[in-house]
Write a protein that binds this ligand. Structure first.
Ligand code: NAD
Ligand code: DAU
Length: 352
């Protein structure tokens, strides 16, 4: 039995789905179901006894304690977070509450549980904390990519709150010996990505005939990883990582935003041409830049490859094609997210 927090979000849902394909080990999925949590992403698990969903907050230490005692997991994987940089600029408080205070309460509950374990259960227990490359700040054009020893220089309320949570996790290992692992991953893309983030937003807006907003000059660089590769990396770190260590995860796919948008437009031109046969690139609009916009992220993923033998399976070309095709094939998922209908989904469809 493992616990996953935030398993109704983009990466968490992909992780739970893939986990239950790869393993028969049950998952207790604890998610607050904020605007970003969507049980419709887990629809294929309806009736699957290996998936136990609990609506709850990682900051609710009593709830987490009760669940730990009841299910006795061998590992906890913490995906739960407020994750959108733009939202953190407009309203940072929820980020401090969940990412910092919530992680603290989760750590306290897990520490108390782990303290009571004995023998192999205690020795084998792991808490894996899922973090981001944004904690390292912004790179100049010719700087080397972020390694595990790069200095933390978070620039947005989001990345600062993630950095704070990473530090708390680290301290629980150093001070109490809690067996923790931390992963710092680059930008993910793929199925079930909420259309407030760049790639799904561009796909959804393009198909709706809306403008495709590019912040500033569109030359900011991100390092893109297909979400299922992130999930396989987390499984690998959980299985073979050394506790107390951090692992950077990335796809060696640095690209300026404008290139990403042009690539998505080219795929849509091929797979779902506009009725007027013009390119979707005609919908691109340059808009006011994000406040404090980080210029470049890049992950040096050599440690996880060298020590754990992990490499991404997808190239950007294969991953982005799958992603665009997924959105074309799953229009209803997107429409429900946009209309808010997914909020009613649990009551009407979910039996667990
Ligand atoms: P997301 O916003 O899609 O999902 C977050 C999930 O957490 C949602 O289901 C939400 O309901 C849940 N949640 C929020 N607050 C909660 C709380 N207090 N208690 C329990 N559940 C809560 O985010 P995502 O993109 O799937 O990111 C997952 C994790 O991975 C985050 O920790 C994020 O920082 C990290 N990360 C994301 C990326 C990326 O590109 N998306 C890259 C690297 C790391
Ligand atoms: O690097 C990992 C991080 O990647 C994760 O920790 C975050 O949770 C995740 O949201 C993501 O953060 P970004 O800010 O990089 O992702 P976002 O999709 O919001 O933006 C990607 C780039 O595209 C960024 O440079 C801002 C730009 N952008 C974004 C949007 C939504 C635009 O130009 N236009 C847009 O409309």
């Amino acid at each position: 039995m493992i616990f996953v927090t935030g398993g109704a979000g983009f990466i968490g849902a992909n992780f739970v789905l893939d986990w239950l394909v790869e393993n028969d080990e049950p998952v207790v999925n604890i998610d607050k179901l904020t605007y970003a949590g969507n049980l419709e992403s887990l629809a294929s698990l309806q009736g699957d006894k290996r998936h136990i969903f609990v609506q709850g907050d990682i900051g609710d230490a009593d709830l987490i304690t009760r669940l730990l005692e009841k299910y006795q997991p061998r590992a906890v994987i913490n995906f739960a977070a407020e994750s959108h940089v733009d939202r953190s600029i407009h309203g940072p408080e929820a980020f401090v509450q969940t990412n910092v205070v919530g992680t603290f309460h989760l750590l306290e509950a897990v520490r108390a549980y782990w303290n009571e374990l004995e023998g192999d259960s205690k020795a084998d227990f792991r808490l894996l904390h899922v973090s981001t490359d944004e904690v390292y700040g912004s790179l100049a054009k010719d700087d080397p990519a972020f390694s595990e020893t790069s200095r933390y220089e978070p620039n947005s309320p989001y990345s600062a709150s993630k950095a704070a949570s990473d530090h708390l996790v680290r301290s629980y290992h150093h001070t109490y010996g809690l067996p923790v692992l931390t992963t710092n991953c680059s930008n993910n893309y793929g199925p079930y990505h909420f259309p407030e983030k760049l790639i799904p937003l561009i796909i959804v807006n393009a198909l709706a005939g809306k403008s495709l907003p590019i912040y500033g000059d569109g030359q900011q660089i991100r390092d893109w990883l297909y979400v299922k590769d992130h999930c396989s990396a987390i499984r690998r770190v959980l299985a073979a990582g050394t506790t107390g260590e951090t692992y950077n995860i990335g796809g060696w796919n640095e690209k300026p935003n404008i290139d990403i948008v042009n690539t998505v437009c080219a795929l849509l031109d091929e797979l779902r041409p506009r009725t007027d046969n013009q390119s979707y690139t005609g919908q691109i609009t340059f808009v006011t830049d994000r406040l404090g916009h980080d210029r470049r992220y890049a992950i040096d993923a050599r440690k996880i490859e060298r020590e754990l033998g992990w490499k991404p399976a997808e190239t950007f070309a294969t991953g982005i094609r799958k992603t665009v095709q997924w959105y074309l094939d799953n229009h209803e998922w997107t429409a429900n997210v946009q209309s808010g209908a997914y909020r009613d989904w649990m009551e009407t469809n979910y039996q667990n």
